[in-house]
Unconditional design. Structure first.
Length: 220
């Protein structure tokens, strides 16, 4: 996908919400698109939207301090601007995001960070306004405990497999993944759904019975 197309779809996706995207994808026969409910936004007021860049890692209690920090800073160095980093750390013990890392990614133009794992330095990240989705908090860090091992390969979070180049939208309701091949179709359909929902909303506000509104618009 060309950069201009990627930017356009990212901007349009950011105007939508996860529930509508899910409904469209389910209607298209792609209902295995929602990441597990234990992934929650650090700041529910922030959305994350854009193309995915994947990374995976592993626990390693034998790695040196230097090698673990070199591995982590290499991850930050590789993360491309205009993407959402999605990390499957295979670890539920240490924080895979913190203040300096969030600052680095934001300054690079990375759009957000989704990790099936821990987060720390919460107040600092909230002050940055950088979108992070995570599963738990802990003060424990990755030093001498964890290493990244693969970049841009498929990763699985719960029942969903993500690939670099797929698109992701996250808000306070959760995270939904759109395969790259479907992104144009899904976004266009969801935009139409949003217009229909606006019409239903106006009908309800004007006193139309909900059954009548549903039968008229086919949506509720």
């Amino acid at each position: 996908m060309k950069l201009e197309e990627q930017t356009q779809w990212t901007q349009r996706l950011a105007q939508l919400y996860s529930g509508a995207v899910h409904d469209v994808m389910r209607g298209m026969g792609h209902d295995n698109c929602v990441l597990p409910t234990h992934l929650r936004p650090l700041d529910p007021s922030l959305k994350v939207a854009g193309p995915v860049w994947t990374v995976s890692g592993r626990t390693d209690r034998t790695v040196s301090r230097h090698d673990s920090l070199l591995g982590w800073t290499t991850l930050l160095s590789k993360a491309p601007s205009g993407h959402v980093v999605v990390c499957q750390p295979h670890n539920q013990d240490v924080a895979l995001m913190g203040e300096l890392s969030a600052e680095t990614l934001k300054n690079k133009g990375v759009l957000g960070y989704v990790v099936d794992g821990g987060c720390r330095d919460t107040d600092f990240i909230l002050a940055l306004g950088f979108p992070v989705f995570h599963t738990f908090f802990t003060p424990s860090d990755i030093v001498s405990r964890w290493l990244p091992d693969h970049y841009e390969l498929p990763v699985s979070i719960g029942p969903v497999t993500l690939m670099t180049g797929d698109f992701i939208l996250g808000d306070r309701d959760g995270l939904v993944v759109i395969p790259q091949a479907l992104v144009a179709q899904v976004i266009e359909k969801t935009e139409q759904v949003a217009l229909t929902e606006n019409a239903v909303r106006e009908a309800i506000r004007s006193g139309v019975d909900p059954v009548e509104a549903y039968l008229k618009y086919g949506k509720f």
